[in-house]
Every structure is written in C-alpha cells, then in structure tokens.
Design a protein around this ligand. Structure first.
Ligand code: 26W
Length: 808
C-alpha cells in the first residue's frame, strides 16, 4: 500500500467518514481509531506473507505460552516499526492533530501484572525483529489489570474495560475455534489391538475463539502473531431448558463459559488457588496445543514422531504447565500413541522458565480440585509421577525423603500438585532469568532436580526492547544518539558502546546536549505529576524514582524511611550541601495484599505532610503516581536520574525496570540482586550506587536478625522510627501504621529492611555528592546508556534461540 503522507491522509479520511461514520471535529478517540485502521491496512500484507512463509512443512516453530502479555499501546509502536512517522504526522496535521495527542487516546492493553507479563511483550517484539517463527498464545481477557485510583491515600480498584471502544488491532479468527473440556469422568477400555485406552466422558465443554494481534518487527516486513483465546458457550442456549421455559437457566451456561476469559487475576507473586484460575490455565494450554497441532498438520506434516523436531513450547512460569499433561492427553487419547512415544515427544518439546524464588508464588493445586475439574489430565499426571519416582528410586535407592521431596504430588492434610515439579519433569530445558537467580535455583529450590538432570538447567538474563523503551519513549535522546553513531543501534543495541568516549568530561558540548534532553523529559514528567498528583516537581532537582508492583520484598518501605530521614535533616537544619530531590513512587498492590496497600497509604501520607510543609519547600518533594502502567513508564524512565532497585538480596529474580532506566541514562542505586549484578558489571562500580547485604549474608543473618539493635545504635534510624511512631504522618487516623512498625521491628521481618538502612543512607549520600558535580553525573548517565547494550531482549531472544528453540 502507498506510504506517502497523501495516501495516509486519504485513507484516514475514508475510515473516519465511511467506516466510523464521524465528521471532522469528532472526539479525538475516533481520530485515533481512523489512524489505527489506516496503519493496520499497512501491516496486513506483511502479516499475511509472514503467515504463509511460516506455514511450510518441516519448518521448526516456537510457541510462547503465557497467561500474561502486558502489551501497552500499539499505535506508536507500529508507526515506528513501519517507518511511517513523517507520513502519519502529515496526515494528522491536515486535521490539526499531533501524533502524541492522538496516541494518548489508545487504552493500554494491560493483560498482565508486572515483570513477567511485560517480558512476554518485549520478547514478542524481539522475535519479530529477529524474524523468528514464534507465535504467542495467551488469553483474551475482557478486563485487564484493574485501574488504580487513590482516595484519601488508599488504593481503590476499578475494572479495566479496555475493549469498550473496540480494538482495531485484533482480528477474530472463528474458523480456528477449539473445544476445551472440563468435569466429567474417565472410562478405561481396550481398543481393537488390545491396547489399554482412556476416554474422558460426560464433560462440560467450552469454546475457545482466537483473536489475533499483529506483532510487527522493526522495519523488516515481518509481522508475527499473538493469538489470544476468548471463551464462549458451545451453544448459546441450552434448548431443553429453553423449551421448558427456563430462559434464565439456559443463559446461565453461557455466562459460566464466558467467565473463563473475563478477568486477569491481579496477583503478582502470590498464589491464590482459585478454581477459575485453574480453568484459565487449562483453557489456554488445551486450546493452544490443539491449535499448534492443527497448524502443524495444515503445513503439510503428518508423522507425529517428527512433532518435537518441528515444535517447541516455552512456558512462562508454571502458569501454563498443565500443557505437559494436556499434550500427553492429546497424543494418547486423540492421536492414539502409546505412552513411551507420547512422552518422548512431550518431554522433547516443552521448556520452562522460572520467574521467582518466593515460596508463596510457587503454584500448588489441591488434588481434589483437579479431580473434579480435570480428571483425565490428573490421571496422566499420576502416571508421569509414578514413572518419574521410579527413576528417582533407581538413582537414589532407599532415599525415601528425597522421593517425597521430589514427588509431583505433595502428601499432607491437603494433597497438592506441585506445578514447578511437573514443569521440570516434563521439560528438556529449565531456565532462570538472571545469573544469580539461575544459580540460586540450582543450589536451592531445584537442587534435587539439578543433581538428577544438570544438563536441563540454564540461564537467560532478561532484557527489554529498545524500540519501545528508547526509540519510542525517548525521541530526544534517540535523535542525539542517531547523530553521533547512526541509527543501527535500534536493532543492534551493542552499538551504544560507541557512545562511551563521549562520557569524558572534555566533551562538554555533548554533555550539555545530553542534559538538555534529560531536562526536557523531566519537564514532561513534571507536567504529568502536576495534573495527576497536584504536586510540583522542579525539573532542576534530582528525580529519584521507584516504580514497580508494591511488594514487601521490593522494599518501597526502605525508600520511605530514607525520605523521612531527609525530612528530619531539613527539620534539624542539617542543610549543608543539600541536594534538592523529587521522589516518585508508583505501582499497584494486589487487591488482597493488605500490607502492600498499607504501604501505599504510608507513601501518600508522608508525601502529603512533606509537600505541605512550608519549611521544606523545593528541597524535598514526594508523589505517588496513580495507576502505574506501561504508558506511564514511557514518560517516567526517560525523565529519571536515580533508579531505585532496592530489593532484599536474593529475592528479585531479575528486574526489568532497572534495565529501562539504565538505557535512558538513569544511574541505579541498588542491592546486589537479580540483574542489578549484571548491570553493575556492565557499567562499572563507579557508575552504580551499590549497598546492602548480599544474598548469602542475608541468609546467614536471618536466624540472628535483631532490628531493634540497629535502631538503638543508629540515632538517624531512631529519629525516623520515632517520627513514624509518633503519629506525625497519620494524625487523623491513629494507629494505622502500627502494622508497618511492627514488621519493621520484628526479628521475623523476612525482608530485613532495617539491616540495610545505614548502608542505604550512606549510598544516598554518595548519590548527592555525585549529583553536585554536574560533569560527573552527566558522565555516569551517558555511561549507563552506553553500557546497556547487553540488556536488549534481542540478545536474550538470540540466546533462547541458540540454546533452546533452535529456529532458523
Ligand atoms: C500465581 C500468582 C503469580 C503471579 C505472577 C505468581 C508469580 C508471578 C510471577 C512469577 C511474578 C513475576 O512477575 N516475576 C517477575 O518476573 C520478571 C520477569 O522475569 C522478573 O524480572 C522479576 O524479577 C520477577 O519478580
């Protein structure tokens, strides 16, 4: 299709009038929609071509199975990838609109919680840019991540009906609808050849209807597919009930089926064991595997023994792990293979990524629930476990304890299925998401399995896509980089290393330009904070930012304690060498996580006191930005000076926000945890503010941890705790922060916040010292961007492909 500004203008006009039925001057959301349709036309032939090229016999393909894809907005991303920036601006200009304003009309596709979901979206971007035959499979949630409002400092959740205005980016493909079974019972018999077989009978089925979203590559005419399943009733009306006059009962079946894809579970790193969640997991696994088998046949393949040669499934955490049992079921019951053949195929095409070490995030399902919902897959899991435990017994004869530890079924009052164990047993590859995390998995959680199958275990350090997180989010910095080293870095981020010489202090004019870009980005963020929080951030101050899910292990509390400490310093007139600072927080708390919600309240209350204190003035400002999401990070990361990555060491598997900040020239203050370690390695310790206990030290201290000891021996910490305990931040709501004080002061605080307070405050003072010397800080900032090449998902995906997927 023609790509000129004129052609886009004509199509845009046609869509607005003939497709949407709107005049010039209509609400801006229709301008967005008309432009989206105009761009979608320009994706379509590349999309169909990519589809056709992938659809050939003998071609190996990968599928990314994930309950979450945190996509965010699509319009600007496609504009960038198609190289249509100028043309799109031209088309909009004739209607008096800017691309930025129109792009703002798009609702984020928030089909994920946090890091794990966003990683899946960055991976899809890199797969398309690297021209790899990878399809994403997920769920078409009607309601994505809840919208967060703040009322009187408290989080209030509101449903996110992101599809209300329609979604121009999706294509329904009802021709590929699948049927997914639940309930019923199993029957066993012998087939004509006398082979024992099973049948899953009397099931209640639902339909899975695919909705495809295009995933464009960066200027390479590749458009891959993200296929999202929506649930529907098999028959809109149950005729028997309808004829009997039970109209509402008939409609109930429809509702029941549609519930499966209704809403994203808003739990991040905590497992809640809800039946509907298990139904979602099986729904995704079953529909996706049926579809992959269908695609494989449609491409002209028929010898099932070659299926594993041609297909690989990457499971994003344990959430889709029931796929192991489901592929076995399809091969045994539908394809009539025998166990050994089916197992050879299954265990050669499944791969598992672990994203967390937190015990509360490890999925376990009550056997009784499985029995009721998925009786046939449960039988298969029993059989997998029986054969696996036999292997364990052969390797470690008489080691009963080890057999109990390794069993997929956990015995006890409530028998439970350990999904991570099923994932490891059923996969040929198991990986963690940063070097430290992968090592800790082998030494701790997965130790027994590592001893049995060392060759399965590997590391794939996470990344982020530089298209969205630099080229799109930071056009000012991108233009500056383009001028210095050309545009190749967008698809080859290691090129950024060529900026390193420019960090030297003698490049003062480049330094000045670098600072000007950051300053403009800070103005843009300050404007957002002014409208959203009614707090004035001065762009000349240090922008100190912590945005991520609210969780105790991420230690937003440590950050708050530091802010209170700064406030004490102001109140005690300790203003020598003062550095003005604006501290920004953002992030959602799981609706059932009371402590996380209380932390949000504390942040808001401390902010209110500080911002309202006339004596504090511009020296210290604090804000909580409501409803943190992908599109807010696109404004935040480019405007950040100091990136807070302060989890208790050994708890943050990787982190990916840390990488987005680094790419955009923020300096990190962080613990020796997750990918922070690799960031520190890449940028050097002079350009990273490291503090706190290491993972081994945390575990060594844990049995002796005495937080009161730190309070008694550190007057500044005592000042902070005393002020908090005095009720200064909650005069009108006495006692509401007692729970927070109690955990901070408890020897059982798992996150050991106070152990790192002194070291953190000292590191913050080094930050201030570096900030005061403008050339010094600018150099650190440039070096962070210049050293961030490793953290592109292009590198991550190349490693997945070289070691696991082996696609051409
Ligand atoms: C079942 C409830 C549940 C939901 C989500 C349990 C666990 C999760 C995820 C595993 C939590 C998560 O998002 N983990 C994050 O994954 C990122 C991508 O690998 C890492 O960068 C983060 O460190 C990790 O916390």
């Amino acid at each position: 299709m023609p790509d000129s500004g004129e052609a886009l203008t004509a199509d845009f006009q046609r869509y607005q009038f003939y497709h949407l039925g709107r005049f010039h001057g209509c609400p801006r959301v229709y301008t967005y929609q008309a432009l989206a349709w105009t761009l979608r036309d320009r994706l379509m032939s590349d999309w169909m071509n990519t589809y056709a090229v992938r659809d050939q016999p003998g071609k190996r393909r990968a599928y990314y199975l994930s309950l979450e894809f945190l996509i965010g907005r699509a319009l600007s991303n496609h504009v960038l990838n198609l190289g249509l920036d100028t043309a799109a601006r031209e088309a909009l200009q004739s209607f008096g609109q800017t691309l930025e304003d129109v792009a703002e009309e798009e609702t984020d596709a928030g089909l994920g919680n946090g890091g794990l979901g966003r990683l899946a979206a960055c991976f899809m971007d890199s797969c398309a840019t690297l021209d790899l035959p990878v399809m994403g499979y997920g769920i078409h949630y009607e309601y994505g991540m809840f919208r967060q409002n703040i009322e009187n400092g408290y989080q209030v959740e509101e449903p996110d009906h992101w599809l209300r205005d329609g979604n121009p980016w999706e294509v329904e493909r009802s021709e590929f609808t699948c049927r997914v079974s639940f309930g019923g019972h199993t029957e066993h018999f012998h087939d004509k050849e006398g082979i024992p077989r099973a049948r899953w009978a009397n099931t209640r089925d639902v339909l899975a209807i695919p909705y495809d979203m295009p995933v464009s590559g960066y200027r390479n005419h590749v458009v891959n597919t993200l296929r999202l399943w929506k649930s529907a009733a098999t028959d809109v009306f149950d005729l028997n009930e309808f004829n009997a006059g039970s109209y509402s009962e008939a409609v109930q079946a429809k509702n029941h089926a549609e519930h499966i894809s209704m809403v994203l579970y808003p739990n991040d790193s905590s497992e809640s064991g809800k039946e509907l969640r298990l139904r979602q997991q099986y729904f995704l696994a079953s529909a996706s595997l049926q579809d992959a088998l269908r695609q494989w046949r449609a491409a002209g393949n028929s010898d099932l023994m070659k299926f594993a040669e041609h297909n690989v499934f990457q499971m994003n955490d344990t959430h889709p792990t029931i796929a192991v049992a489901e592929l076995m079921r399809l091969l045994l019951d539908n394809e009539r293979l025998q166990w050994d053949a089916a197992w050879a195929i299954t265990s050669q095409c499944m791969a598992y990524t672990n994203h967390t070490l937190l015990p509360e995030a490890l999925e376990r399902w009550p056997v009784a629930l499985f029995e009721r919902l998925l009786p046939r897959p449960l039988e298969i899991i029993y059989e997998i476990n029986g054969r696996f435990l036999h292997k364990v017994a052969m390797k470690w004869p008489g080691d009963i304890e080890r057999r109990q530890r390794m069993s997929i079924i956990e015995e006890g009052e409530v028998r439970q299925l350990r999904m991570a164990w099923l994932a490891i047993v059923g996969s040929f590859s198991v990986n963690g998401v940063a070097a430290l995390h992968s090592r800790l998995l082998k030494e701790g959680l997965f130790r027994d399995f590592f001893e049995l199958w060392p060759y399965k275990f590997n590391n794939k350090t996470n990344g982020v896509t530089p298209r969205r997180w630099v080229a799109h989010a930071n056009p000012g910095m991108s233009a500056l980089i383009n001028r210095e080293i050309g545009e190749e870095w967008v698809a080859d981020l290691s090129q950024l290393a060529r900026l390193k010489p420019l960090a030297a202090a003698d490049h003062s004019s480049f330094h000045a330009e670098w600072r000007a870009v950051k300053r403009a980005n800070k103005e843009r963020l300050a404007k957002l904070i002014k409208t959203e929080c009614r707090v004035e951030f001065n762009p000349d101050a240090l922008f100190d930012v912590q945005v991520k899910r609210i969780h105790e292990y991420k230690r937003q509390l440590l950050n708050v304690l530091h802010v209170i400490h700064l406030y004490n310093r102001i109140n005690h007139d300790q203003l020598e060498n003062w550095v003005d600072r604006c501290v920004l927080f953002g992030g959602k708390a799981a609706p059932g996580y009371a402590m996380a919600k209380r932390i949000i309240k504390l942040i808001n209350n401390v902010a209110e006191v500080i911002n309202g204190d006339y004596d504090v003035g511009d020296r210290l400002k604090m804000a909580f930005l409501p409803n943190y999401r992908v599109s807010s990070m696109e404004i935040i990361a480019p405007a950040t000076d100091l990136s807070e990555q302060i989890s208790t060491a050994g708890k943050e598997a990787s982190g990916t926000g840390n990488m987005k900040f680094m790419m955009n020239g923020a300096v990190t203050i962080g613990t020796y945890d997750g990918a922070n370690i690799e960031i520190l390695d890449a940028v050097g310790e002079d350009n990273f503010f490291l503090f706190g206990l290491h993972a081994e030290e945390v575990e060594a201290l844990r049995p002796h941890y005495q937080p009161q000891h730190y309070v008694d021996s550190d007057p500044e910490l005592r000042g902070v705790i005393d002020l908090l305990a005095s009720g200064h931040f909650n005069l009108s709501e006495p006692g509401i922060f007692d729970v927070i004080l109690d955990t901070l002061l408890s020897p059982n605080d798992p996150w050991m916040v106070l152990a790192d307070f002194r070291s953190y405050v000292d590191a913050q003072q080094q930050v201030e010292q570096a900030w005061r010397d403008k050339a010094c800080w600018t150099s650190k900032s440039i070096l962070n961007t210049a050293s961030s090449g490793f953290f592109s998902t292009d590198r991550t995906i190349q490693k997945y492909n070289a070691d696991i997927w082996k696609l051409t």
